[in-house]
Design a protein around this ligand. Structure first.
Ligand code: PLP
Length: 472
């Protein structure tokens, strides 16, 4: 059997062209729609360097979404690659059951150091979904052990995204993701999304914020605090459309949780690891000290799958007290690859580089420029809202086209196609373009992104005018 070497660049590029033609027929991709399975010619990404990737046709593209909000330090960082290779050579795997290994132990110690407050105990998992799943299971386990098994309900929000395991998908509030899939809907109540752009007409942002807190209080009163285990929330809702809540909202929601003895799970899968200019945004940006903090994606800068649920020492102490020396109680949750040594080596190197290069400081410095340049897109008639925080932004094409699912998707795809032809990958989320570039981008690269995005949206607008979908 002859085997093509992937390191042979000529052969590799040729393989890419073949995949583009007909070799992507066996991969059921995330969010695949069966009716398109046989005609979905996807861009094939072949290589990456810093903020750019190259596809199978040789096009050099700016990686606007930073992979999937994860390539925080950019592609091809030799130091991370080398750390992973070195770890693989030295010790590629050991089980997380019964024994420990050096990179995962050191990583947990480091995460406890950089996480806020008394978040000191780390459950390593394989990604964001499994970290959320583990946190939710932990909250239920905690209440079982503390002798209050009725305290099991969860509170989430419309437009939230927490993952794709059954439990994390149950907490996700994106209605359009729930058609034809089952979730454990009895376990959760959804509050309104804190989206100022969608607030009732005539209402100030402050009054909107008050109404969201009132809604939470009313929900707690209706269900009963003794029945609610936890509230789970992204500080900025990411794939729900980069929803930046009104000033003070996250802190007030946290204070409400504390008042009613409801655990606060902060899902920082996207907002963590520098995206908002801090290792974790919960405390540094929003003044929240969560009971459980979730990390993934940027944790390894996207170089390997890894997730973490970082738990408050207070909860661990309560658990220990309630368990006493009962040997039958164990939190039976974990994965073969919980804290895989090679992934932990990637995370440790990511943290080392972030600290050494003050990546968070760079994000804080460049954020005002990035966000203000994005705001210049408002003059394009099809643009309804431009919102963001740190190095994440969404441009929402308004639904003059009436907001039906297919029409939203068509607008987003149109913008995506034009931008890609102009050398910029954007991530179409229905009628939204979402960007979360590598954290190391410069002002010149911001200018480049914004000018390509502008031309892409303008061309999509021209198409829609020509087709009579929107008025000239
Ligand atoms: C906020 C948030 N939580 C959880 C997840 C799930 O993470 P993963 O895809 O690594 O399982 C995502 C993924 O996009 C996310 O954006």
């Amino acid at each position: 059997m002859t085997q093509r070497s992937l390191t042979d660049q000529a052969g590799y590029q040729e393989l890419g062209s073949e995949i583009l033609q007909n070799r992507d027929q066996h991969f059921f991709h995330p969010w695949d729609r069966p009716h398109l399975l046989d005609e979905n010619a996807r861009t094939v990404i072949m290589s990456g360097n810093a903020a750019n990737v190259v596809d199978a046709e040789g096009n050099d593209l700016i990686d606007g979404p930073g992979g999937m909000w994860c390539i925080n330090l950019g592609h091809g960082v030799e130091e991370i690659v080398e750390a992973m290779a070195e770890q693989a050579r030295t010790m590629v795997y050991s089980t997380p059951w019964g024994v420990a290994n050096a990179p995962s132990a050191v990583l947990c110690e480091k995460l406890a150091e950089i996480a806020p407050g008394d978040l000191n105990r780390v459950m390593l998992t394989t990604g964001g979904s499994t970290a959320n799943d583990s946190a939710l299971r932990f909250a239920a386990f905690y209440n079982n052990v503390l002798g209050r098994p009725e305290k099991k309900h969860f509170i989430s929000r419309s437009n939230a995204y927490h993952g794709s395991t059954l439990l994390s998908a149950t907490m996700s509030g994106k209605e359009r993701d729930k058609t034809h899939v089952d979730t454990l809907s009895d376990m959760v109540t959804f509050l309104s999304a804190p989206n100022p752009y969608r607030r009732p007409a005539g209402m100030t942002t402050e009054a909107f914020c008050d109404s969201l807190i009132d809604e939470f209080e009313e929900t707690i009163a209706r269900i009963g605090a003794t029945k609610i285990a936890a509230y789970i929330a992204e500080p900025v809702l990411a794939s729900g459309g980069v929803i930046v809540p009104p000033e003070g909202y996250n802190k007030r929601m946290w204070e409400t949780c504390r008042k009613h003895d409801i655990l606060y799970i902060s899902d920082e899968v996207v907002t963590g690891f520098g995206r908002l200019g801090a290792f974790f945004a919960s405390k540094d940006v929003f003044g929240v000290e969560p009971d459980i903090l979730i990390s993934a994606k940027g944790l390894t800068s996207g170089y390997a799958p890894l997730g973490a649920a970082i738990i408050s020492e207070r909860l661990i102490e309560n658990l220990k007290q309630a368990c006493g020396d009962d040997p039958t109680i164990a939190f039976s949750n974990g994965y073969t690859y919980s804290g895989h040594p090679v992934a932990c080596a990637a995370a440790l190197k990511t943290i080392e580089i972030m600290e050494r290069e003050d990546v968070c400081g760079h994000v804080r410095e460049i954020t005002p420029y990035f966000q203000s340049q994005m705001q210049t897109l408002y003059d394009i008639p099809i643009v309804g809202d431009v919102r963001g925080a740190g190095l994440m932004v969404a441009v929402e094409a308004n639904e003059k086209a009436n907001g039906s699912l297919e029409q939203d998707r068509a607008i987003g795809n149109r913008i995506d196609e034009h931008c890609q032809a102009l050398g910029l990958i954007v991530r179409p989320l229905l009628n939204l373009c979402v960007l979360s570039p590598p954290l190391t981008i410069s002002k010149t690269q911001v200018d480049d992104i914004v000018s390509r995005l502008r031309r892409g949206i303008e061309r999509a607008h021209e198409d829609l005018v020509r087709e009579g979908v929107v008025a000239a």
